[in-house]
Design a protein around this ligand. Structure first.
Ligand code: CMP
Length: 139
């Protein structure tokens, strides 16, 4: 199996609810290693830049309002098949469809305030990792 790196964001709803520790514990329990991490309060420009791929979607404004509401925790996770593995640990984007034992099933409120973000492909993992941690790509 290939060792990969993927980007995780613990979103404002989860930070506000003091769920950072519990979410990091689920990540580590799944065998993913946290190789970089920081807490920051995203600016509007940072949120819009990060989610630029969604800028034509009707929920874009709401998404950026939410992501800039309060601090987030961004981290880089490493492991075998890290991109797919973290998406499994997170559960479906809509928590109503998330499987038991996943982060979103445990903590997310709805499709907007869904507690965590994870890169959806190895290519995007590289782009997103570089967005917050320049130079942190897996060599
Ligand atoms: P994320 O994995 O961070 O990627 C894009 C985000 O857009 C997604 O999680 C949700 O938080 C948000 N999103 C997706 N669909 C909707 C929707 N229908 N309404 C509001 N927010 C959405």
């Amino acid at each position: 199996m290939a060792t990969e790196r993927t980007l995780s964001i613990i979103k404002p709803d989860a930070v506000e609810a003091n769920n950072v520790g519990a979410i990091l514990a689920m990540i580590e329990k799944a065998g993913l290693k946290i190789v970089a991490m920081r807490m920051l309060h995203l600016s509007r420009a940072q949120a819009e830049g990060f989610y630029a791929v969604h800028k034509e979607r009707p929920f874009f404004g709401e998404l950026c309002d939410f992501m800039t509401r309060s601090p987030v925790v961004v981290s880089v996770l490493e492991g075998d098949n890290a991109v797919a593995k973290y998406r499994e640990v997170m559960g479906a984007t809509n928590p109503a469809e998330a499987a038991e034992g996943t982060i979103r099933k445990a903590f997310a409120k709805d499709i907007g305030e869904n507690s965590v973000h994870g890169s959806d492909s190895l290519e995007n993992a590289g782009i997103e990792t570089n967005y917050f941690f320049p130079g942190c790509l897996l060599l």
